[in-house]
Design a protein around this ligand. Structure first.
Ligand code: KIV
Length: 275
């Protein structure tokens, strides 16, 4: 059954939580759907995990359009969130609106997430007026390059709560709160009737999102405090790839079982032809 924004909104009334995975390709989206995830986000963290940039701002709009369309092909049932990259919203309201519309019409996205960095309330209102479902992203916004927890003081917490309310009054259909003190995210989620997604903002929001590389344990080194690993697939991948590489070097792979053969009698014919 298709996951829709209105179904998530209805489920909120009964305290039903939903899971969101940020991933970047068709195969991962198929696996996420098989795992029972509710929402797919084609996150602009692809800039780091897929393209190797050390920020989320270098990824192009066209790349994000391509991966978002790939996720839609993996599942028509899951709610699909497009992520507006910096390059799609840094040239003013009209350009942002045009690009947001592309995610809906070209990729089949259900809603467009947009970090509140380059865009202001006016642009959000214009998106709502144009009939584009929009999910503002507040709190830590990776497009700023700053990763310090937000809302840890009463003043900043109150500002975030006020801002969330303003966005709701502007007509947004969902909200994402990243890296924000649990207490503040809880108030935001309780005050707004729309589905609120937490990314490292505690357990009290309606939905939770993590990036797939962190869920799977694909990266080592510095990872955010909130990024719990649910697997150790990175080392399983290294094991599998190293078995392959060793077997190639030892001449063990490929064997006859993994080879094609000519039809009966064709080899003898070929021998005569090339003599
Ligand atoms: O780009 C992304 O994956 C995100 C989530 C982490 C919220 O914005």
């Amino acid at each position: 059954m298709k996951v829709t924004i209105s179904k998530l909104q209805e489920a909120k009334k009964y305290g039903k939580k939903f899971s969101v995975v940020s991933c970047y390709d068709y195969t991962s989206a198929i696996l996420s759907a098989a795992a029972g995830v509710d929402v797919l986000l084609a996150g602009d963290s692809a800039s780091q995990f897929m393209l190797g940039f050390n920020n989320t701002t270098d990824v192009s709009l066209e790349y994000m359009i391509a991966i978002t369309a790939g996720l839609r092909k993996a599942s028509s049932e899951l709610l699909l969130v497009a992520d507006m990259p910096y390059n799609g919203c840094c040239n003013g309201k009209d350009e942002t609106l045009k690009n947001a519309q592309r995610f809906i019409t070209e990729c089949g996205a259900d809603i467009v997430k947009i970090e509140m960095v380059e865009v202001n309330l006016d642009t959000i209102k214009a998106m709502v007026d144009a009939g584009i479902p929009v999910m503002p992203h507040i709190g830590i916004r990776p497009q700023t390059g700053k990763y310090k927890a937000e809302g840890t003081t009463a003043e900043v917490g109150a500002e975030l709560i006020r801002f969330a309310e303003e966005l709701y009054n502007a007509g947004v259909q969902m909200l994402l709160v990243e890296g924000t003190a649990r207490e503040v995210a809880k108030i935001i989620s309780e005050q707004l009737p729309i589905p609120v997604i937490s990314c490292g903002s505690g357990p009290d929001c309606d939905g939770q999102v993590l990036v797939l590389p962190d869920i799977l344990g694909l990266r080592d080194g510095q990872i955010p405090k909130f990024a719990k690993r649910f697997g150790n697939i990175g080392s399983a991948m290294v094991d599998a790839i190293s078995s392959y590489s060793n077997q190639v070097k030892q001449g063990v792979f490929p064997d006859d079982e993994h080879s094609y053969h000519m039809k009966s009698g064709e080899y003898e014919k070929l021998e005569k032809m090339i003599k």
